[in-house]
Design a protein around this ligand. Structure first.
Ligand code: UDX
Length: 452
């Protein structure tokens, strides 16, 4: 995609240092590369060390968050980190932009993770465009936005939360930071801060697709006219298969292929895939209930238990049995796209949610933290592609609750309907990023606007 001077449009894609944030931005960057954009991916120096396998056509630069040797010290408060990051990040991002200009490739736009709203000030200082990239789902963003505009408060006082174009939300459907607000307000404040300067952004891009949540997207576009959905930002090889250069890029150091051979030997739709994401630790009690629930379900299961969580597994639980395999990591997309997988027991992180939707895999929704409960609400009640087990007063899903859901999903008529819905959504996700699809058109419109 050339500008009038014959040079390619150049975007800096600034990723927040967390796997659930950088992976979708890498995937979005690949869509930009496909449209002829020059991309420079930028993240923090410390986080950048853990990355490997970049698409060769992408440049890579780092900035400082002020903690180049890691965020040592458990006591480091999020507010302190964010303040230091905003200050050092702005300085060092400016240096990256200067370096690009000197090398003959001045930057036309900074596409920044919305967790770093200060990047827009840097874009303004350089007189270039700034595009906020929302890594979370639009309904969740809408909840936080309503706090920003004073229409919703934490701690919650009402039993049911009413937000335009969203289903009625109960406390258990709300992002967890509302419920933990009194112990620690920092997370909610950080998420609300994303919207502090959103009206000044040249574009607001969201990793979702129009057909998934039309009402809230139409509503949002009225508030932010430059709001566009550009997702799902997952590798093209699992969606439209239009992009060439499509190996796995990003954080891949925990690859485990053992499970693919294991899956190959299982019948179609017979395996439960279980994962609680890359970040949040589970209570030992919860791990025990999941372990026994899976074992006693009598089904095949493939369960990702991160190395840091393995010691919490019950001592009498076999990690490799006739029915089950426990691994510390896997290529989740490859697993979800394997025909042996019939159900995904998930924590409902937004990436896992989009991946399940895009690959047509029905879910058992076991949200733990952050946006996950709201994603679970949508998976179950809006998109109708999953079931949510009950939890007890300690918020633990007991083994019986898990077993009941597995039975319902794998054996009942409701389970059949859920599977049909999952396939419909998969097709919509593929269409969205295909030639002429809603997200594809939005990406082209965005790139054209940068040609000047
Ligand atoms: C975090 C938050 O928990 C989540 O709520 C928010 O929406 C994004 O940031 P995380 O725990 O990383 O998410 O979950 P998720 O968003 O689902 O991302 C996990 C990623 O890791 C997915 O892309 C998934 O495919 C990948 N993964 C996970 C693997 O490749 N292998 C695994 O074994 C597990």
């Amino acid at each position: 995609m050339e500008k009038e001077n014959g040079k390619a449009v150049h975007c800096v894609v600034l990723a927040y240092p967390a796997q659930g944030h950088i992976n979708p931005m890498i995937q979005f960057s690949k869509r930009l590369l496909h449209e002829g954009v020059k991309v420079t991916l930028v993240t923090t120096l410390f986080y950048g060390k853990s990355l490997e396998n970049f698409p060769p056509s992408m440049s890579f630069e780092t900035i400082s968050d002020g903690f180049d040797n890691g965020r040592h010290g458990e006591g480091l408060k999020l507010t302190v980190y964010n303040e230091v990051f905003a200050q050092r990040g702005s300085q060092t991002l400016s240096e990256v932009l200067e370096k690009c200009a000197i090398s003959g490739y001045p930057v036309d736009c900074i596409i920044y993770d919305s967790f770093m709203p200060w990047a827009l000030d840097v874009a303004k200082k350089f007189g270039i465009a700034g595009a906020s990239y929302l890594t979370q789902n639009m309904p969740v963003n809408s909840v936080y936005y309503h706090v920003h505009i004073g229409k919703l408060r934490a701690p919650l006082t009402e039993d049911e939360i009413l937000i335009p174009m969203l289903p009625k939300l109960q406390h258990r459907d709300m992002p967890s930071f509302f419920l933990s607000y009194q112990e620690d307000p920092a997370f909610l404040e950080m998420l609300v801060e994303q919207f502090s300067n959103i009206h000044e952004a040249d574009w607001v891009l969201c990793n979702a697709f129009y057909e998934l949540e039309k009402e809230v997207i139409d509503w949002t576009t009225k508030i932010w006219p430059k709001f566009r959905t550009i997702g799902p930002s997952i590798p093209s090889m699992f969606l439209d298969k239009r992009l060439k250069d499509d190996e796995e890029y990003g954080v891949t150091q925990f690859k485990s292929e053992e499970c693919m051979d294991w899956l190959d030997k299982k019948a179609k739709g017979s395996v439960l895939y279980v994962s609680f994401g890359s970040l949040v630790p589970l209570d030992e009690e919860q791990i025990r209930e999941v372990a026994y629930g899976l074992r006693d379900s009598g089904r095949y299961f493939l369960w990702v238990v991160r190395a840091s969580e393995e010691a919490k597994l019950p001592k009498d639980f076999a990690k490799n049995s006739e029915k089950g395999l426990v691994v510390t990591w896997c290529s989740q997309l490859k697993v979800l796209s394997h025909e042996a997988v019939g159900c995904f027991v998930t924590h409902c992180g937004w990436n896992s949610t989009l991946e399940a939707l895009s690959l047509g895999v029905p879910v058992i929704a076991v949200p733990q933290w952050s946006d996950q409960a709201t994603n679970a609400k949508y998976l179950v009640d809006v998109w109708k592609v999953g079931i949510r087990p009950v939890v007890d007063e300690k918020k633990i899903m007991r083994k019986e609750a898990l077993e009941d859901c597995i039975k319902e999903l794998m054996e009942s008529d409701k389970g059949k309907e859920i599977r049909i819905n999952a396939v419909k959504l998969k097709n919509l996700a593929i269409e969205a990023v295909s030639e002429g699809g809603s997200s594809n058109k939005n990406i082209i419109e965005f790139v054209n606007s940068l040609k000047g």
